[in-house]
Design a protein around this ligand. Structure first.
Ligand code: MG
Length: 258
């Protein structure tokens, strides 16, 4: 099923995507630890264009993986890492589907990175790989927007990855997805820029969850960005970036001037 957060009449609501529209549900299934659907009192039905889609979660942190696609490592001529390289994006970077990415004045090279995002469903600490997928609520699309020039200048990544609006996620959470074999694409202004498959991940989702949970506690709603495939490039003001993940959908955002 597809879980969505949306705004209607100035109120934030939760819903399920059904037949091209959405049905409001009384609470977030994520907060309720994915309680069975049958218990849900179903409320109003809306068409998607009648509502404003919100980011599907409010994470306490977004944990990102630096280099996690075999084909991207080959493209860069980089040695395959023996452990995941991690960094964080603050929750203030998060925006939703059709929200605008603000091009910051400090940068002259802002890049897209199409990624699959794992949404954690319940608190995870010291989790084994075998159990790791039990902690997943679902999956969504993410654009790990990066001020590449600042990343290179600073030598570490905090500033480059942390501008407000630099983490579009959405449009919703798909709870029934096999993360090990899905197409992942990025289009800018309709032109294909990245085109790969999650089967090219160096560290699969279960290994990432286990690895991260041995460092920090993952809370329900936290997001893991699983790395980007080859074809990373720049965006300009006025461009429209679309992350398309098979089985999930399209996350679309326009880039605007500050
Ligand atoms: Mg990335």
């Amino acid at each position: 099923m597809k879980l969505i957060r949306f705004k209607k009449d100035d109120e934030e609501k939760n819903g399920l995507l059904i037949n091209g529209g959405l049905v409001e549900i009384p609470h977030s299934l994520l907060e309720a630890s994915l309680s069975p659907f049958d218990d849900l009192e179903r409320k109003d039905f809306y068409l998607l264009d009648e509502v404003k889609i919100l980011p599907p979660v409010k994470p306490s942190k977004v944990v990102c993986v630096g280099l996690n696609y075999q084909d991207h490592a080959e493209e860069l001529g980089m040695v395959i890492p023996d452990e995941p390289v991690l960094f964080l994006k603050p929750p203030t970077t998060v925006i939703g589907h059709e929200d605008q990415i603000i091009y910051p004045p400090q940068s002259h090279q802002v890049d897209y990175e199409a990624e699959v995002a794992v949404v954690i469903g319940r608190q995870a600490r010291f989790v084994n790989q075998d159990d790791a997928l039990d902690y997943v609520a679902g999956y969504t699309a993410l654009n790990d927007v990066t001020a590449r020039d600042l990343q290179q200048k600073d030598g570490q990544w905090t500033r480059a990855k942390s501008f407000d609006t630099f983490c579009p996620i959405g449009p919703w959470i798909e709870t029934e997805l096999d993360p090990s074999n899905q197409k992942i694409c990025m289009k800018v202004n309709g032109e294909m820029k990245q085109n790969s498959n999650t089967e090219n991940m160096i560290f699969p989702v279960e290994e990432l969850i286990s690895f991260i949970s041995h460092i920090m506690t993952l809370q329900a709603g936290d997001v893991i960005a699983t790395g980007t495939p080859p074809g990373v490039g720049s965006m300009q003001v006025g461009d429209v970036a679309e992350v398309n993940i098979e089985g999930i959908g399209i996350l679309k955002n326009e880039i605007i001037s500050h």
